[in-house]
Write a protein that binds this ligand. Structure first.
Ligand code: G3H
Ligand code: 13P
Ligand code: ZN
Length: 339
């Protein structure tokens, strides 16, 4: 099965009333774990890499690890997605190594810095301009594009994104029409990382319903969707970690958001937590162990278990065989026909 365009995968999810998890990867074990979970639950899956992941893996390693994932799983629809692409240049690099989807995070200007050294937020018009540029380049190659309206907290300490700005539903329709994006990240009160809320989770669910009404044919994305389960945080802390007051988005809230119109659910932090807990456990219980396979192996198994459970909760399980992935050439023809 060829790699899948993201637009098609999310449209299938919208029709089927489920959400597809997009899981961040940086190394072989994470990729293997996520694919093992997708295979076990027969789920379509999005594996995504951030700019940091591309730097960490030196791009070429990631390219071949992604190719291995595809070759090893011929029966699964798989999307390879660039997460929080900062500019057209990085989107081009991702497309060149075979990604079938890119995000342009046009809500923040990663190429500029304010006098305090932070990346400034972009104006609505500027966001449209940069997003449209990426859409033009990507669609000419059949590649899907995700944009973002509003800001999320915590992605990088040096952005203004810690000042969370919810998506304005009045802007959604115009943004989608003018840019032609295949998916749109909505800011509904989540943030990246393990410390999303101080007391209890509060999300702007009505905002999702309102955006769904305004743009019925757009695929919506929820970033910052890790649940930061208490048992996992306790496990990390039990073996010497220090994560006081960590809190995430409950699974029930994600399910509610999917019902109201979300199709793509971004998860990174929970994967980091489960891997850390498993490795800490081995280190604490077997201090004499120094074969990396003896701690990376259990970490990989624990991650696969966690992702399989998310695939079931998000409703993705069992949908791998529902459709045949289109090729990028099919998508290129589709985009050309819309002009
Ligand atoms: O959206 C942010 C993801 O958690 C990626 O994080 O930039 O540290 O790779 P990263
Ligand atoms: P979490 O930090 O909640 O896992 O969010 C990840 C994310 O949104 C990646 O784009
Ligand atoms: Zn994100």
């Amino acid at each position: 099965m060829p790699l899948c365009p993201m637009r098609q995968m999310l449209e299938e999810a919208r029709k089927g009333g489920y959400g597809v998890g997009a899981y961040n990867v940086n190394n072989m074990e994470q990729i293997q774990a996520i694919l093992a979970a997708a295979k076990e639950t027969r789920s379509p899956v999005i594996i995504q890499a951030s700019r940091g992941a591309l730097e960490y893996t030196n791009l070429v390693y990631l390219k071949h690890l992604m190719a291995a994932a595809e070759e090893d799983n011929p029966l699964l629809p798989i999307v390879l997605h660039l997460d929080h692409g900062p500019n057209l240049a990085l989107c081009k690099e991702a497309i060149a190594i075979g990604f079938t989807s890119v995000m342009i995070d046009g809500s923040i200007d990663y190429d500029k810095k304010t006098p305090e050294g932070k990346h400034p937020a972009r104006s609505f018009e500027d966001n449209i301009r940069v997003t449209r540029e990426v859409v033009r380049y990507a669609h000419a190659r059949g590649v899907s594009v995700e944009g973002e309206l509003g800001t999320l907290g915590g992605i990088e300490d040096d952005t203004h994104a810690d000042e969370v700005l919810l998506t304005d539903p009045d802007e959604v329709e115009e943004f989608c029409k003018k840019t032609g994006v295949d998916a749109l990240a909505l800011a509904i009160g989540t943030s990246h990382g393990a410390y999303k809320f101080k007391h209890e989770p509060v999300l702007a669910m009505d905002l999702v319903s309102e955006c769904r009404k305004r743009a019925p044919d757009t695929n919506f994305v929820m970033h910052g969707s890790s649940s930061v389960p208490k048992e996992l945080v306790d496990e990390v802390n039990k073996y010497g970690g220090k994560l006081p007051g960590a809190m995430g988005v409950p699974i029930a809230s994600i399910q509610e958001a999917v019902k109201r119109g979300i199709q793509k659910i971004n998860v990174d932090t929970d994967g980091r937590l489960v891997v850390t807990a498993a490795i800490r456990k081995v280190f604490a219980e077997k201090p004499g162990e120094f074969d990396p396979r003896k701690y990376l192996g259990p970490a990989r198994d624990a991650l696969a278990k966690l992702i399989a459970s998310k695939m079931r909760s998000f409703g993705t399980a069992g949908h791998a065989g529902d459709y045949k992935p289109k090729t990028l050439a099919d998508m290129k023809a589709f985009y050309a026909s819309r002009k």
